[in-house]
Design a protein around this ligand. Sequence first.
Ligand code: 9G3
Length: 573
Amino acid sequence: MRSSQLFFPTLREVPSEAEVVSHQLLLRAGFIRKSSGGIYTYLPLAMRVLHKIQQIVREEMDAAGAQEILMPIVQPKELWEKSGRWSAYGDEMFRLSDRHGREFSLGPTHEEVVTDVVDGDVHSYRDLPMILYQIQNKYRDEIRPRFGLMRGREFIMKDAYSFDTDAEGLDQSYEKMRQAYCRIFDRIGLKYRMVDADSGAIGGNNSNEFMVLASSGEDTIIYCDQCHYGANLEKAVCPESPTVEGKSTTKLLELEKIATPGVKTVKDLSDLLGHPESDQIKTLIYLADEELICVLLRGDHELNETKLKNLLGCNLLVMAAESDVRSALGAGFGSLGPVNNPLKIYADNAVQHLVNVGCGANEDGFHFIHVNPGRDFVPYAYADLRNAAPGDPCPCCGRPVGAMRGVEVGHIFKLGEKYSRAMNATYLDQSGKVQYMVMGCYGIGVSRTMAAAVEQNNDAHGMTWPMPITPFQVIIVPVNAKKADQMEVAEQLYHDLENAGLEVLLDDRDERTGVKFKDADLIGIPIRINVGPKGLALGQVELKLRREEEAEMIALPDIVTKVKNLVEAQLKP
Ligand code: 9G3
């Protein structure tokens, strides 16, 4: 391809609405253009990357025995009424009506559609197991689409669905998909971790997420370098820490109420008492569906709302308004505590080991000290409610865990019979008995994977594409397009490298050298060959790797072999 023919409108300035680096670079390098909030056009360079990602996905899905189909984006309301999800997803679902007034959704996912397809034509255990997949646009009306392709309202997803006769069949399908996902992300060349994840509203009991490690990732993952335990922070287990040594023998001091004017936060109380925040009880009040509840944590811990929501099994979980708190407890935020508290109290496990600690007195401007759980208050229940933190003991091997940010690019779920029951998808087993199919579903954010790759592979000059998904493998830059000898050698090189099976971009534009070098770095081509007067005088060209500072001079006869070997070496996972 010649740069003079390629449509890649680069920008000098960083667009102001782009907050994360992948959004900035995909816009600046002419990969995408915004049509409306969270909805983009993919330009030629992005299409070359997406095509490679999809090719790897297809190869591994097919190798795992999955079969590609393509389902409708326009989905009839009736299917979603059958699963009960038409009303469950309110504003997030794009809805439309046809000319006859019939209602449809723009597909945010395809459990209902695929189960309906399978139910219609699969009747016997002999037809199972079966895994179907598609690569298709999805539509979700995010309240705040942002971060470019990372959180769009229209995005490309590979979604697969497995159908088995029983739980162990599902385990086998799930394991096949899990291994295929590891191969896919290894082949794409991304640093990622598979972690335990919360299944959320989709149902089923467990799921795994694939996280591309990147500081701009919205998710936090907890991991153990020793035993490779990994979990999304939402799901990361906090093992019961044994009572801190010596605490169990400490003398319980007399409960005492003290005046604490202006003390509003755990930190304020720590500063006043000269005790660490871990010697306090943090009290939060939540509205769970219709009920006000009290949640207790050690002062230095953070509440994990996903764990609390899963424990309570409620639909709505929001922090209570101060007015509701005041009318229930007689005090406002900053003076709340578990002592003489009429609300149902849920306490994190770490609270039960606290001795002689501080907390609010449910009276503005007063706190209690020397508070002891069990003596001064008894919670309704203790549970693992807090966020895991770096340094916590690994739930598997006990060594200290670490935390890092990640971008979720894949999520696989065991669904069980949730959708086959809802859609009445059944088959006849060997004894002719009607059984529900057992399902799994498996998603990869294809367009998000491209953005995540940029988040993980960039520097001050622009993108630094991993070879397996780069838009072009080599770019040839004649230093001066006006010089016939330079253009001649560049054209010859272009011909030879293409003949060697490489993907080559020839920057034949009549632009200043600096502009061509800057653009080559911005779009992130891994290998650049500069054809300049000094080198030519010696029968050489300059080879510059995108991820290295230094360049080296290569004799013209050696350049094709050299580049071919470099590309092949960087294509291997
Ligand atoms: C909806 C809307 C948004 C949604 C869903 C449904 C997320 C929904 C979860 C999944 C689970 C898996 C198959 C591929 C992998 C992910 N957002 N989810 O079900 F109606 Cl508006 O999509 N689906």
